[in-house]
Design a protein around this ligand. Structure first.
Ligand SMILES: O=C(CO)[C@@H](O)[C@H](O)[C@H](O)[C@H](O)COP(=O)(O)O
Ligand SMILES: [Zn+2]
Length: 190
């Protein structure tokens, strides 16, 4: 089988192997929508490809997904190079998201953390600060949940994608992000 055929086959299998996340995706969408309805916001963070996913989601909320609706407050914490480099330089890379959550997070907001391993230190520190500030956490997680899953509480949402290949987990995260957008649009418009 060619590399490309193998990628398509494995991606399709991985996506179908994660349909069991349906009710958790719906619950997370309701929590994010409820936060918007009370005038709160969504903060989103992740590293590498997951940073791109964070920005992908924020653009679909701030601007639009498919349908015309009001602009929604989804903010990626991955875009401000000055803030990211100064925190990394003056403190530690593990604090690049937590310090932003500390500055921007309010009770009733939601923090979405996107990680394929559940083991990125800056993600875990962001979650700790979110809890201190009564910010609910939605985790797009993978590889069994890593060190992140045990940190999450009953009020959080831990969407652990089955599988152990980073790329395949990221593809399911992308699909989940579009499901969330579709659901939130439907709660607002239908
Ligand atoms: O996109 C990819 C691999 O597909 C990489 O950039 C990947 O996102 C980076 O290695 C991240 O640092 C991985 O972080 P995490 O998913 O383990 O939290
Ligand atoms: Zn990638």
């Amino acid at each position: 089988m060619s590399i490309i055929s193998q990628h398509f086959q494995e991606s399709a299998a991985s996506i179908l192997n994660n349909i069991h996340l349906e009710s958790q995706i719906e619950a997370a969408a309701k929590a994010i929508y409820a936060s918007f309805e009370t005038g709160n916001k969504l903060l989103i963070c992740g590293n590498g490809g997951s940073a791109a996913d964070a920005q992908h989601l924020s653009s679909e909320l701030l601007n639009r997904y498919k349908r015309e609706r009001r602009e929604l407050p989804g903010i990626a914490l991955t875009t401000d190079g000055s803030t990211l480099t100064s925190i990394g330089n003056d403190y530690d890379y593990s604090e690049v998201f937590s310090k932003q959550v500390s500055a921007l997070g309010n009770a009733g907001d939601v923090l979405m953390v996107i990680t394929t391993s559940g083991n990125s230190a800056n993600i875990m520190k962001a979650v700790e600060i979110a809890h201190e500030k009564s910010v609910t956490v939605v985790a797009l997680n993978g590889k069994g949940g890593g060190k992140l899953s045990p940190l999450l509480t009953d009020s959080d949402f831990d969407l652990v994608v089955a599988g152990d290949v980073t790329a395949r987990i990221q593809e399911v995260h992308g699909l989940i992000i579009h499901c969330l957008c579709e659901l939130i649009d439907s709660y607002i418009l239908d």
